[in-house]
Design a protein around this ligand. Structure first.
Ligand SMILES: Cc1cc2nc3c(=O)[nH]c(=O)nc-3n(C[C@H](O)[C@H](O)[C@H](O)COP(=O)(O)O)c2cc1C
Length: 224
């Protein structure tokens, strides 16, 4: 199985809601399962893959969200208050799926939550779903808000590493493409990332922070 470079996968990733009517190949399923086990171990979240189960993506809401042929998805169960981690670790999975030739879409609303197969531990609830499969096509890039509204820095010119990190942030998926976050570069390469008000804004921030880290590459910086 070929694995795409992660930065290339980030550039290629767009939300995909229409899928080919074919099961995910065995090798890819095994790779997803073992990556999910690793993420669960690392995060303490409860991420579960369901295959060949179309009913979560049928009905009016899925139709409203333009989902077609979606019968594979990931359910993320967690206690309340873990939104940022859900975004961060969920996006790790999204980019990994892209690396192995799959397409995805984060789904907070437009699926039939009652039919989403999941198994919560005590204190957890189903927080969000990610659809997954082979897209009919790879999706299209989203529009971005002006960079100057998304970040700030001290000094005359934006440091190259910070520009690269923000470029990666701007490729991140956000609920309704709201991009309600702000990254401030402070003295001593400290970065303060915050979310503004909006549905799923904390999950979005976790996603964007993972993109930021990938974009910053080897450059050492500190989250504050
Ligand atoms: C936390 C979150 C929740 C989302 N919920 C939905 C949803 O319920 N239905 C849907 O069709 N898309 C949903 N999306 C996908 C966004 O609409 C999409 O990421 C955004 O428009 C940017 O497009 P892109 O992912 O192609 O870059 C969600 C995205 C995120 C990050």
């Amino acid at each position: 199985m070929e694995t795409m470079d992660i930065m290339k996968a980030m550039r290629a990733r767009h939300s995909v809601r229409a899928y080919q009517d074919r099961p995910i190949e065995r090798e890819a399923v095994d790779a997803l399962e073992s990556y999910i086990a690793q993420l669960n171990e690392e995060s303490g979240l409860n991420i579960q893959l369901t295959l060949n189960e179309p009913t979560a993506f049928t009905g009016p809401l899925a139709h409203y969200g333009s989902f077609k042929n979606c019968s594979n998805y990931v359910a993320i169960c967690a206690a309340n208050g873990r939104d940022e981690e859900i975004g961060y670790f969920g996006e790790k999975l999204v980019l990994y799926a892209q690396q192995i030739g799959l397409h995805t879409c984060w789904v907070a609303l437009t699926c039939n939550k009652r039919n989403v197969r999941h198994c919560c531990r005590k204190g957890e609830k189903l927080q969000i779903v990610i659809s997954i499969g082979y897209g009919v096509h790879g999706g299209v890039p989203h529009k971005n808000k002006p960079l100057e509204r998304q970040c700030s820095f001290e000094g005359e010119t934006m440091p190259e590493w910070f520009a690269a990190a923000m470029k990666a942030v701007r490729m991140a998926p956000t609920a309704t493409n709201q991009q309600r976050f702000h990254f401030a570069l402070l003295e001593g390469d400290r970065v303060k990332a915050r979310h503004l008000l909006g549905p799923c804004a904390k999950i979005d921030l976790g996603i964007a922070k993972y993109h930021f880290e990938l974009g910053a590459g080897e450059h050492p910086f500190e989250w504050v």
